[in-house]
Design a protein around this ligand. Structure first.
Ligand code: GCU
Length: 624
């Protein structure tokens, strides 16, 4: 059978036979897969725990050719070339035509890494760049090979030995292209074309307040799996039955009566379940003496999954999260989320974060601030970040990049948003740290927008019923009263809202006289507030851009926010100054959004200590 994502046809009847646990997931997968296949080349697969598999790393220096007019793929009449640069041709003596590219003499770009911070000439570059890398490989019997791409911003095409293996749209989620049929013994080469051009029908769309870093921004590797292997799995603590771990596993490839086995050695727990013909199995294990995961005790357990010849080992924490009225309950107890917003941008060298070290630096600062929570904005962050959050005990808000005004009335755009959601949740579903899936940020209050995000939220709930759904809403005002009544609030479990009192409107003291009217009896998170300051610039607390002004905003915000009864968390904007094309005030911004509590060179501003004190002394938010 032709390989359709998730082998659509066969599974339908298996699904209906298997009851509620999976039903919803089937519906989601069906519609997403069909949309993808219709639009373009072979669809990559979403694999859970791909970063836990032994891999042949392809990281390092890749040959790179900048191709602003994409002439490596399209002819002068814009037809897709049959012999484009993906064939990696070498000019031959006596050729009757010129070969106008040569990866062997091309300069290099590092992978993983955005290209913008690797060469000054590429800082503002938006367009296609070709990457090529040679590798040796020895095919093995009964073994399939996938090209695992951590992320490629924004559109990307991949060929192995000149054979197209997949294409992808979306800059912040990982995907896996099967290359089993394309690789051969000995020398091989992979060619990628990555194009970070922004598109009106993109997700995100044309406008963002972050740098449009292009390239193979996260690790790339080859992973080998048996013919039948574990494609996705979900292992979590039941929120209804105490001491029960449940979930499911889905394999790809012939089942032949195989079973799935799940073992948690430290708990002496083991179970196995029959795989359906469609490759699905429900998991349920009773466990004793489980230590629940929490920010104070981020306990992770080794979990081993086996199916046929395949084994995957993961490190998973077990906790429950739910709401009760206006409360957020972690492991059944009310919690206040003391957080900070973070972009996937690293200090000092700047550019995209993509290593364990980057994650530990950024999350280390958040821990030092006294945080138990981080809002990873505005797109899914790297698995390295999520694994670090699991280890360090930081709760996570993870967001799909439906940012500002995407084309809400365009069904194709909804497909793209949902495809990115499938990849985000399919890849990261077992992180105890993640408690919130955010559907969007600062979207206009229109009917088309509300319908769009309602559909997205329904998809997210089908994919994962164990987490809370949120979004960062805009608020409106009547005089000194701020009103949280966006109709989208009805769909959300937890309501996030952004406000910039003291910066985009009013003065820091304006917060003192601001009233809040919240039309929802649900937990509220102020997902953004803050103001800009140039590190090292000092002056009066009413002088904009000084550290004193930013600190003044924070002081007044804390008092105001404590007056909102439903407030259950905050993630001020933002941990660190970050590059943004919208920020061009010379001598102050110079291409950076300066709302960080820390400069991009690691210099802490006065407001950092204001927030740290409030978090350490727990003077902000409801007592837990
Ligand atoms: C918005 C937006 C952020 C942006 C911030 C700002 O609220 O969500 O992405 O960076 O405001 O203006 O600094």
């Amino acid at each position: 059978m032709k390989r359709m994502p998730f082998g659509v046809i066969a599974r339908v009847d298996i699904w209906s036979a298997r009851g509620a646990v999976f039903g919803a997931v089937a519906a989601m997968m069906l519609s997403g897969a069909v949309a993808w296949a219709a639009e373009s080349a072979p669809a990559p697969m979403v694999l859970t725990g791909a970063d836990r598999r032994p891999a042949i790393s392809l990281d390092g220096e890749w040959a790179a050719i900048v191709d602003p007019y994409f002439s490596g793929l399209f002819s002068f009449h814009h037809e897709e070339k049959k012999n484009g640069w993906f064939v990696n041709r070498k000019a031959q003596p006596g050729d009757a035509f010129p070969t106008e590219y040569d990866f062997s003499t091309a300069s290099k770009l590092k992978v993983p890494g955005d290209w913008n911070t690797q060469r000054p000439a590429l800082l503002y570059y938006e367009g296609p760049i070709w990457y090529e890398r040679d590798f040796t490989y020895q095919p093995k019997e009964h073994t399939r090979v996938f090209l695992h791409v951590g992320a490629a911003n924004y559109k990307s095409w991949f060929w192995v030995n000149g054979q197209k293996v997949c294409e992808h749209e979306g800059g912040f989620t990982s995907f896996n292209c099967e290359v089993t049929a394309a690789v051969h013994a000995g020398n091989n080469f992979v060619v990628a074309a990555v194009d970070n051009t922004r598109h009106a029908d993109g997700v995100p769309t044309l406008e963002t307040d972050w740098w449009n870093y292009g390239g193979l921004t996260r690790s790339v590797s080859l992973i080998e799996v048996p013919e039948t292997f574990i494609e996705q799995y979900d292992v979590h603590l039941s929120s209804t039955e105490d001491g029960v771990i449940e979930g499911w596993a889905m394999v790809d490839g012939p089942v032949n009566g195989a079973t799935v086995e799940v073992e948690i050695p430290e708990l002496g727990a083991k179970t196995s379940a029959n795989l359906s013909e469609g490759g699905l199995a429900a998991i349920q294990i009773e466990v004793k003496g489980l230590k629940r995961w929490s920010p104070e005790t981020p306990k992770l357990y080794k979990v081993i999954l086996r199916a046929g010849l395949d084994t995957i080992e993961d490190e998973i924490g077990f906790r429950t999260v739910e709401t009760r009225g206006t409360e957020i309950l972690l492991n059944g107890k009310p919690i206040f989320l003391r957080g900070i917003s973070i972009h996937a941008e690293v200090p000092y060298r700047t550019g995209r974060a993509n290593t364990d070290q980057d994650a530990e630096t950024l999350l280390g600062w958040a821990k030092e601030l006294g945080c138990n929570f981080v809002r990873l904005a505005h797109y899914p962050h790297d698995e390295t970040m999520l694994r670090a959050a699991d280890r360090m005990g930081l709760l996570v808000w993870s967001e799909n990049p439906v940012y500002w005004a995407v084309q809400f009335d365009n069904p194709k755009v909804l497909d793209k948003a949902e495809q990115q959601l499938e990849e985000e949740i399919g890849t990261s579903r077992n992180h105890a740290a993640i408690i919130l899936w955010s559907m969007a940020n600062e979207t206009p209050n229109t009917e088309a927008r509300t319908r769009f995000i309602e559909a997205e939220a329904e998809r997210a709930r089908q994919l994962d019923a164990t987490r809370l759904i949120t979004a960062a809403l805009l608020v409106r005002a009547e005089g000194d009263t701020k009103i949280v009544d966006d109709p989208l609030g009805k769909t959300l479990d937890v309501i996030g809202f952004n406000e910039y009192i003291g910066w985009y409107e009013g003065h820091p003291e304006s917060a003192d006289t601001t009233q809040w009217r919240v039309e929802y009896q649900k937990p509220l998170i102020v997902s953004e507030f803050g103001g800009g300051a140039k590190a090292g610039l000092h002056g009066g607390e009413n002088e904009r851009w000084t550290e004193e002004y930013q600190a003044n905003i924070y002081r007044h915000q804390m008092e105001m926010l404590n007056r909102i009864p439903q407030l259950r968390g905050m993630s001020p904007w933002i941990l660190m100054d970050f590059r943004s094309p919208n920020r061009q005030l010379t001598g102050i911004q110079d291409g950076f959004n300066r709302k960080g509590l820390i400069s991009e060179q690691g210099k802490k501003k006065l407001a950092y200590y204001i927030l740290q004190k409030a978090y350490k002394e727990k003077t902000v938010g409801k007592p837990e």
